[in-house]
Ligand binder design. Structure first.
Ligand SMILES: *Cc1c(COP(=O)(O)O)cnc(C)c1O
Length: 421
């Protein structure tokens, strides 16, 4: 029996209706931008395996650093101990994070980074003797699948069974260049009617919404209103962090810096799961007291796992190299050229791009997980390119180390598949 057959016996996959979608393709290896399946077929990973493997799969520099770490210190409880990889990672991150960030808190994945951010904001006010119970979030935001993260997400379309258990969230529209006044009014109204602890947002690019892009100045106006009303701001940079938008972080482009930042995905270059919630010294200070209960009693067993920290350190080192910076610029420039070209395709309604992210909206009726969307995915795979459409949106987010030929093949495959629609 092959992997696909053996898989069906005991496994339960995420985001899947097994009744209608019983098959999962067996992947046996990945190197650079290439995935190899169990039949020997190769695919270009055009979305960096959900925006994680930005330096390519099984990157030799990163794996050798991780291997060294594995021979020195594997795991140690972080509530009582500390270690070089965590200390060094905090030093390196503080150098590149927005200048107001000063504390690094470790979690396991994007959802728990958001969960910790939400809890920090709630307890920040609780410790100051204020009860605040509301969060503001964007319409069409996505922040993860645990309860807090699910609450602030509006895109968890299949939340029916859990709705009664979600937090109190007020939503504002995403800036579109024309609705700043409307958003400002809505914000003022929410502030006057609720005790708002924080505003959580995906800065500049909303990933799961279909790589929707908004303007830095418009976002800045919203953040300014939040600051003026003592609302803590939480930037969910789980997708945008570490070079995707052309800067180290999307928040680099926005004048007003967030109080809290959530990081994961590319943080460890796709090698091992880990996430970080960073914050300002002001937030950290609100947890200092002689009263133990004012501390942040939130912990994951594998917090600051040394192996994961070493992967993050190696990846940050690569991100700072001229070579990677040049690659990001190259990808961004070629995306722009391809966007202009594909815009005229009869099946295309609009395109947008930012850094290494390119999104193409189709005038089809694909549905988020509909049949046409499945068909598109299969057609791309048949051509040797892994692209995972989000409803009517096809997007590219290639590893920074992608070759010109591979990038070109992604573009020509998209054109070819759109021609058959
Ligand atoms: C992927 C993602 C998350 C959730 O991260 P997980 O590691 O899947 O829990 C949260 N926020 C954003 C913006 C994401 O893209």
């Amino acid at each position: 029996m092959n992997l696909q057959e053996r898989d069906k016996k005991h496994l339960w996959h995420p985001l899947k209706q097994h009744q209608t979608h019983p098959n999962s393709l067996g992947i046996v290896k990945a190197k650079g931008c290439i995935l190899t399946d169990e039949h020997g077929n190769e695919y270009i990973d055009a979305i960096s395996s959900w925006y994680t493997c930005m330096f390519g799969h099984c990157n030799d520099f990163i794996t050798s650093r991780v291997y060294q770490q594995m021979q020195t210190l594997d795991q140690i409880m972080f509530s009582d101990f500390t270690h070089e990889p965590a200390v060094k990672l905090s030093e390196e991150l503080i150098k590149i994070l927005p200048e107001n960030q000063n504390r690094i808190f470790f979690n396991d994945n994007g959802s728990t980074a958001v969960e910790a951010g939400i809890k920090m904001a709630l307890q920040y006010y609780f410790n100051k003797g204020e009860k605040r119970n509301t969060f503001i979030a964007f319409e069409d935001g996505f922040h993860g699948d645990t309860f807090g993260a699910m609450s602030v997400s509006s895109l968890s379309v299949y939340n029916g069974p859990f709705e009664d258990f979600l937090m109190d969230i007020q939503r504002i529209p995403v800036p579109n260049g024309k609705n700043n006044e409307e958003i400002a009014q809505k914000l003022q109204q929410i502030v006057s009617e609720h005790n708002v602890a924080g505003f959580i947002y995906e800065p500049l690019v909303q990933g799961a919404a279909g790589m929707k892009i908004h303007n830095a100045e418009d976002l800045n106006s919203i953040l300014t209103i939040c600051k003026n009303n003592d609302i803590l701001t939480i930037a969910d940079e789980v997708m945008t962090g570490f070079g995707k938008t052309g800067n180290n972080f999307a928040s680099d482009e926005v004048g007003t810096k967030p109080d809290i930042i959530c990081l994961s995905k590319a943080l460890t270059a796709g090698l091992v799961p880990m996430s970080i919630t960073s914050c300002t010294e002001d937030i950290y200070t609100a947890f200092l007291a002689n009263d133990i209960a004012k501390g942040f009693f939130h912990c994951h067993t594998y917090s600051a796992n040394p192996i994961a920290c070493s992967a993050a350190l190696a990846s940050i080192e690569l991100l700072q190299t001229e070579e990677i910076k040049d690659n990001i610029e190259y990808i961004s420039n070629t995306h722009k050229i391809f966007a202009t070209k594909i815009e005229n395709h009869p099946k295309v309604t609009s395109t947008r791009h930012k850094g290494v992210i390119l999104a193409i909206d189709l005038n089809t009726n694909a549905g988020r997980y509909g049949t046409l969307r499945d068909q598109l995915l299969t057609s791309f795979m048949d051509e040797g390119v892994f692209l995972r459409p989000l409803g009517n949106t096809v997007y590219i987010q290639p590893p920074y180390i992608i070759t010109k030929e591979q990038l070109n093949k992604i573009y020509t495959t998209i054109e070819k598949v759109l021609d058959t629609l």
